[in-house]
Design a protein around this ligand. Structure first.
Ligand code: NI
Length: 167
């Protein structure tokens, strides 16, 4: 947080750029960085690449988001259900806060081979995707909070909130 690129709008990738070794290597590096940092998603601007690309995915006992590479996404909410839940961000370390997000969304994008994909996502996966797309527009999760009352250091989150809210 504080690097100007995190507050800028990233540019779309050209279709013929996607297959280049530079972008393919970047995607692999981003997955590695995300896993090393125990993140669930990582967007281009977070590694100082001003391009509309993010990776996401996690598998453990509590949460399951299949690994995806999303390029030049367009997102549309399905219905009007909104849910508030905890979020954190690798660019805002050790902070958590409650963020309202659409429960169901549809995403149209390109995959890592430049092929068009369309997918529906809901719940936690939809939340992760909305968080990452926000990064492509220079938006950080606390911009979306309706109140800062739930803004919490990770230590206090673990101590006071994790078991009640996420147990
Ligand atoms: Ni983030």
């Amino acid at each position: 947080m504080g690097h100007p690129v995190l507050r800028e709008r990233a540019r779309p990738l050209e279709p013929d750029e996607i297959g280049t070794p530079r972008i393919q290597r970047l995607i692999d590096d981003m997955f590695e960085t995300m896993h090393d940092s125990q993140g669930i998603g990582l967007a281009g601007p977070q590694v100082h690449e001003k391009i509309r690309l993010f990776v996401a995915g996690v598998e453990d006992e509590e949460v399951m988001v299949p690994p995806v590479v999303i390029i030049n996404p367009e997102i549309t909410p399905i219905g009007s259900d909104v849910e508030e839940d905890w979020e954190g961000c690798l660019s805002v370390p050790d902070i958590r806060g409650r963020v309202p997000r659409a429960v169901d969304v549809r995403i149209r994008a390109l995959d890592r081979h430049g092929r068009p994909v369309s997918m529906a996502a809901s719940g936690f996966q939809a939340r992760v995707i909305q968080h990452e797309i926000d990064h492509l527009d220079g938006v950080l999760f606390f911009d979306r909070m309706t109140s800062f009352e739930s803004l919490t250091f990770l230590e206090e989150y673990s101590r006071y909130w994790a078991t009640q809210e996420n147990g």
